[in-house]
Design a protein around this ligand. Sequence first.
Ligand code: BGC
Length: 765
Amino acid sequence: MIDYFKADDWKIIEEGFNPTMNEIAESVFSIGNGMMGQRANLEEAYSGHSLQGTYVGGVYYPDKTRVGWWKNGYPEYFAKVLNSTYWSGLRIWANQEEIDLAKVTVLEFRRELNMHEGLLSRTCRVELKNGLRLRIESKRFYSLISKEYSALKYSITPEQGCDLRWESYVDGDVQNKDSNYEEKFWEPVTEEAAGDNLFVQVRTKKLDWHLVTATHTELYKNQQCLSTVPAVERRSKYASGTYKVSAKAGDRISLVKHAISVSNFHHSTDSLLMHAKKQLQKMAASTFEEHFHLSSNAWKQKWETADVVIEGDVKAQQAVRFNIFHLNQTYCGDDPRLNIGPKGYTGEKYGGSTYWDTEAYCLPFYLVSSDPAISRQLLVYRYKQLDKAIENAQKLGFKDGAALYPMVTMNGEECHNEWEITFEEIHRNGAIAYAIKSYIEHTGDREYLLHGGWEVLLGIARFWSQRVHWSEWGQRYEMHGVTGPNEYENNVNNNWYTNYLARWCMDYTATQYKWLLAEHTEAFKTLIAKTQFKSQELEKWAHISHNLYLPQFQELGIKVQHDGFLEKELIPVADLPESERPLNQKWSWDRILRSPYIKQADVLQGFYFFEDDFSAEEHERNFRFYESYTVHESSLSPCVHSILAAKIGWTEKAYEMYLRTARLDLDNYNNDTEDGLHITSMAGSYLSIVQGFGGLRIKDQKLHLNPHCPSQWKGYEFQILFNNAPVRVVVNPRGTTVLNQGSKAIQVNHPNGVLTLEAGESGKF
Ligand code: BGC
């Protein structure tokens, strides 16, 4: 754990240059706009440790998988988000010496991420080996308005007169760090360098994704635009323009780079270059400041519905905004074919692919903080991949429209191939159905069932009904050979969470069937025909639902994680020497699998999803039991524990768990921030406050609150979107105030009573 970045309400600040922290800072200061993004690589040359990363949503590479012992059903490839053409690079020589922060003396350095406006900036003062001192300032952003546009402004003010040479380049010759066979994924198509404009088109070796990156460079001396003609260079996947300019002491020489990145994910391959040229011309007609003004206003609007204010704890304040900021940089709902990689646009780990993280963790964040259209796009994403999920299930031997969504995917095909996860971690299917329910509960848009929702639910219910089997001996349905969310246990029988979720999916689908038939009879008949649904399926689901085995142990009053869990050697985590943790680094995999230690919420994940099914006592007993064996070695875990601890009134525990998720990346808690940020846990951290401490629930379109204020805070406030209208909730030890900022009356439910608030009215509990 580190205490490195300076605390501030709205900014992340790094003071002083520390090369050993550079890759961590590159992750933390990443910027993006939901369609593309970039790590905060230094613009000028840097020969120290760095993970250069620029990512464009939608395009990916099917990297040939690395598997020792092949098994039938394994996917051929693991999709990788592509490290793509680097547009923000500069090489700068001052009096013939190249500026490279690993080689010069860094006298002053400050890097800042302004989260309110979406701006990455840096100021530094350096002394070169030749004695020259320079001040460098840079500003960079990805536009939240024009999603194919990003821009850089880089200024140098020398303290003595000097000759500067700048090479502004676009480089498509980049490589994924996580490439399985150290292969480069991009091939050259075309390079153009015409005056201030550079174009590089590359295509992937497989799948024929094309990407055109175009830049327009402007050079200024003390605000005045220079008409210096650059010396241009082109080579494979690379184009550059080199500018020479002399500066007197105190002259400010600035370079502005407008960049366009477009791919054939959104445009036809034939029109791509032309489209990039037109876009570049259009965007270069306005200034860096004008574009930034528009983008920063869009950021301010996002904050109006998503902000959380924490009083009396600046580090907590900074952390929650950091999390909200990155979630909004990762996904804006622009395209239903895009999703949320566990690292967003901040790194390559997890291949940038879609996991159950999206539905179980991220969707609830967007549901309360953003326009419902954004959440709907996440559902449509899965609907569009339903055919592939059916194919995926068929490959594994299921039939009749049963759908198994992949554990890891880019385009609907499974990419993961550890058998215990690919074939067995099937609970992901349930999270996708649960997301449909959450969306409907929040928005009231039950008609979504007619536009994809029903078909997805049906495919999933069919899968579960085939995945269970009847046990003659037990006279019940069981589900064997699964891996629950706790991946420190594989190939178990009757994972309580998976069985419970499967049963719920079948019940929920049956309920929606009845509603659709009653309310949308004609339209639904078409869907029934399309899906070849037979009413006997309802009977089968009901039979399974009534007879599905859900392990529990009455004497302890707990649900049992899976068959055999209680027969393990149950030594609580508290009795493990600290030196043996984290287990995944200190113990063999075999030892972990045999142990009772839980990587992440499993039974408790079920309590989180289905809280109304269980009494307060059941909550407490199960929490107490499972918390003592949970090592939280997945970043998805502490937030669920925090929310449940808050629910059962263990505010100190809730706070302890919240701290593990809130500053996970800022304080490099897991020692892996350099790989990229943990976007899923960021959503969890937001939910720990809003659903945990705030007790916010939206059920059947009704707003419920049950707020507690951690003693460490003077108070907190959050903004949410409820029924498309902004609602502000202010909590402090004196009580809770709710302000209806929308144009219609709302009803607020609280353990102390129910309040009806007219538009613009506030009320207190
Ligand atoms: C977790 C999974 C999660 C994945 C991606 C794993 O470590 O166990 O639940 O989906 O990370 O975040």
